[in-house]
Design a protein around this ligand. Structure first.
Ligand code: NOJ
Length: 793
């Protein structure tokens, strides 16, 4: 039976009451052996090393052990293998001293700037390498951001798969340019925190993790899309996720691992489990998981069993698993180690700071672990790996700042003499270097394994003071005081400020989904208090948030400016000051939609918490909206957003003109040439990446100050495209250079075969529909002044 027949139906979206059996899970065995395509020399070295290993040593390679890093594969000195140190996370090497805290993935996406995203990856790679980490547990393309409340959406990039795909692959290319292995996570369908893992209820019944039930077309066109881009970029490893996918745990899902990843996408690297995400021995191994994290070898080494470890000997002895599968796992793991020259003497040792930060101890200056690792000495401990990355972080921070409202050009603030600052997100942090959840302090990042440990943090208040040394900067940053004593507190501000700045924040973290889209700490009341004071008819509200907020005060006429600052990392204060005072002209664009009200969003988190039920399969999340998430849902359901996907103002204006569309290919066939049963090179059938059309547009700065913008190309698929296809989808973007007033630039968009195809569930292939595509170009998903048509069939 086909994986699912759901998307083939024409009336999928009227049939909201899905029957579980519509998501039929196909099994795919055996797990394909890696061939080393693209990594030939390294693959040969990995094969030679694997051939030297005895079974116990192979078990060490595929099962993690206790050690200094977040994840640890021990060294095998007998054969010269130095082991692997795996460290979190996507925005910083978290378990380290003297490391930078970069902008979150969400902020990187809000720049829409390929080069900056790449440079962020390069700098992250340098820091991980400098600390001796072989593998960075990032970047994130799952969650994609199906549900606006998703607790970890900010770790990834955008609910749009095209934007995420580019950000994901540019990040991977940047990280891996420094010979650090990226681990793209979490694969796949990991779209909520609530019940991400199984629980045991009051009656002692194990209630399984939520099952993300995704039809085949949606899988290909949304959730798998960015992973395909990452694999094409040479991604070394992938982390399988906690959730179930169509009722099978993601780490033992043969369809997604053996089928989609290792066959359809030709993935040559290794699949590691999320921490504790392995739920079986034989099943997970046969279904394509290659490395078990954090592992545990079992009796004789650790008290806790990880299903793998020494149990693997039993699986081999009783014939459930063949040694050739274990060899493939080892080769997949060892190939990137050689490809990135991590075996070389020049590869940095592990900084001992991670031992102490991980709760380990040093005995006579040597870490005390059962297994060997490639440790450095106490003499070069606490290495400072930050270099000048603070400058890049500041630049990405300001480039990711999105200007949403700017009445009468209230911004930029030229040289205000009197500035009033309000809100608990403005002052220095009161919670220490490692506490993104504290009440008083900037929200520079979110919480959980994807957070960072600050070596320093520049708060907005500090940056504002430094930027305006002669101005009167007065502030009230206690939200409780502001909202309970209201007029009495605020009236202490004197004399009348030129501008009132209100700093709000929203916290989000791994392990919990957001419960409100309002900013935290009584934010609405804070804004009301400030704007109702006669002192503040000119109020600018700045938010630092993990994604969309609802902004009930946005139409308040005393709110003259609104800025979405996202999670920009350690330079949060400077990044926002650069935009407020006009040192940087904002060019960030929303990588998501801001709605008028929370109920305008679809695809909510599934939540049966507290429901008294002993059905282990209670937690089902049916992705019935299919392709229609974020702006695609707003377009399809005709809901007006408050600020649309792709929106962002500038201190100048731009005009777009001269749309040219040229089709580069003749005799285009609906389907790419078949590869038969051959496994394609990484990324899948190479023909999917052929450029079939090129679109150009002229962009001119029509205002008075220099600035950059992001022209965006959306495609409307032909009406005959089967199933429910979104009215339009993003299929091109590029940031202009910083254009001087009056300056013009031509921007080019390449449309690849995959960009103009839908996933044909019957043929199991990407297909170009016949008929004419609408080509729409503009500066946001709802401001698309240029349009044309292109036809391939
Ligand atoms: C669980 C998280 O889901 C994952 O992202 C992280 O890398 C591991 N824990 C290790 O901390």
């Amino acid at each position: 039976m086909r994986w699912t027949s759901l998307a083939a139906g024409a009336c999928v979206f009227s049939a909201v009451q899905l029957v579980q059996s519509q998501y039929v899970e196909e099994t795919v065995y055996p797990s394909p052996n890696a061939t080393g395509t693209g990594w030939e020399d390294a693959f040969a070295k990995a094969s030679a090393l694997t051939a030297q290993l005895n079974l116990t040593e192979k078990i060490f390679v595929v099962t993690g052990v206790q050690g200094p890093c977040v994840g640890n594969i021990p060294a095998i000195p007998r054969v010269g293998f130095k082991g692997l140190c795996l460290q979190d996370g996507p925005l910083a090497i978290r378990q380290a001293s003297y490391a930078s805290v970069f902008p979150a993935g969400l902020s990187a996406a809000a720049t829409w700037d390929r080069e900056l995203i790449y440079q962020r990856g390069v700098a992250l790679g340098q820091e991980f390498r400098g600390k001796g980490a072989n593998v960075i547990l990032g970047p994130v393309a799952g969650p994609l951001g199906r549900s606006v409340e998703g607790g970890r959406n900010w770790e990834g990039f955008s609910p749009d798969p095209y934007l995420t795909g580019i950000a994901f692959s540019k990040t991977i290319e940047g990280i891996q340019s420094q010979n650090v292995q990226a681990c793209g996570k979490h694969y796949i369908g990991y779209e909520q925190e609530t019940q991400r893992n199984p629980t045991v209820n009051a009656d002692g019944v194990t209630i399984e993790a939520v099952s993300s039930n995704i039809d085949d077309r949606t899988m290909h066109e949304l959730y798998l899309w960015p992973f395909a881009d990452g694999v094409k970029s040479g991604l070394a490893s992938i982390m399988c996720s906690y959730n179930r996918l169509n009722e099978t745990y993601a780490c033992q899902n043969s369809k997604t691992q053996n089928g989609l990843l290792k066959t359809e996408l030709g993935f040559q690297g290794y699949v590691m489990s999320d921490w504790g995400g392995t739920h079986s021995g034989v099943d997970a191994i046969m279904s394509g998981e290659d490395m078990n994290m954090p592992g545990n070898l079992g009796p004789g080494d650790s008290t806790v069993s990880s299903y793998w470890g020494y149990n693997i000997t039993t699986f081999l002895n009783n014939g459930s698993v063949s040694e050739s599968r274990i060899d493939d796992m080892a080769r997949r793991i060892l190939t990137p180690y050689f490809y990135f020259h991590q075996d070389n003497d020049s590869w940095p040792t592990i900084d001992l700071d991670t031992v102490l930060l991980n709760g380990g101890i040093l005995r006579n200056n040597v870490p005390a672990y059962q297994h060997p690792f490639n440790f450095g000495n106490v003499s070069d401990m606490n290495r400072d790996v930050r270099a000048n990355h603070g400058d890049l972080i500041r630049q990405i921070g300001s480039a990711s700042t999105v200007l949403l409202k700017n009445v009468n050009n209230t911004l930029p603030l030229r040289s205000p003499k009197r500035i009033a600052v309000f809100g608990n997100a403005a002052p220095d942090s009161s919670g220490g270097p490692y506490d993104p959840e504290n009440e008083n302090g900037p929200q520079a990042v979110g919480g959980g394994s994807g957070t960072g440990r600050f070596t320093y943090l520049i708060s907005p208040l500090e940056a504002i003071k430094q930027r305006n040394p002669s101005a009167l900067v007065e502030y009230i940053t206690d939200n409780t005081l502001l909202t309970t004593q209201q007029s009495s507190t605020i009236s202490t501000i004197y004399p009348q400020p030129d501008v009132c700045l209100v700093f709000l924040k929203s916290f989000a973290t791994e392990g919990a989904d957001r419960t409100s889209l309002l900013c935290d700490y009584n934010s609405t009341e804070v804004v009301n208090t400030v704007t109702s004071s006669r002192l503040c008819p000119n109020t600018i509200v700045i938010t630092n948030s993990p994604g969309p907020n609802v902004l009930p005060w946005a139409d308040n006429e005393n709110v003259t400016g609104i800025i979405a600052g996202h999670y920009p990392g350690e330079q949060i204060g400077n990044s926002i000051a650069d935009v407020l005072f006009g040192d940087v002209n904002p060019s960030g664009k929303l990588p998501y939609t801001i709605a008028y009200q929370a109920s305008d969003y679809n695809a909510p988190i599934v939540n049966f918490t507290g429901v008294n039920n002993n059905d282990p399969n209670l937690w089902q999340s049916n992705f019935t909206e299919g392709l229609l998430i974020d702006y695609r849902h707003f377009d399809y359901s005709n809901i007006t957003p408050r600020y649309e996907f792709g929106f962002g103002l500038s201190y100048t204006t731009f005009s777009l003109s001269n749309l040219q569309i040229s089709s580069n290919a003749s005799n285009v066939t609906a389907y790419p040439p078949s590869l038969g049963s051959q496994i394609p090179p990484p990324g899948g059938n190479p023909a999917l990446y052929d450029i079939l059309a090129t679109v150009t547009v002229d962009v001119k700065n029509t205002g008075r100050v220099a600035g950059a913008t992001v022209p965006q190309l959306y495609l409307g698929f032909p009406p005959d495209t089967p199933g429910t296809t979104p009215p339009k989808v993003l299929r091109g973007f590029d940031k202009t250079s910083v254009l001087a007033a009056g300056q013009q630039e031509t921007i080019r968009f390449n449309l690849r075969r995959k960009d103009v195809s839908f996933w044909d569930v019957v043929r199991q292939e990407w297909a170009i529909p016949s008929g004419s595509f609408n080509v729409l170009v503009g500066q946001s998903s709802r401001e698309l002044p240029l349009s044309g048509e292109v036809t391939f069939l």
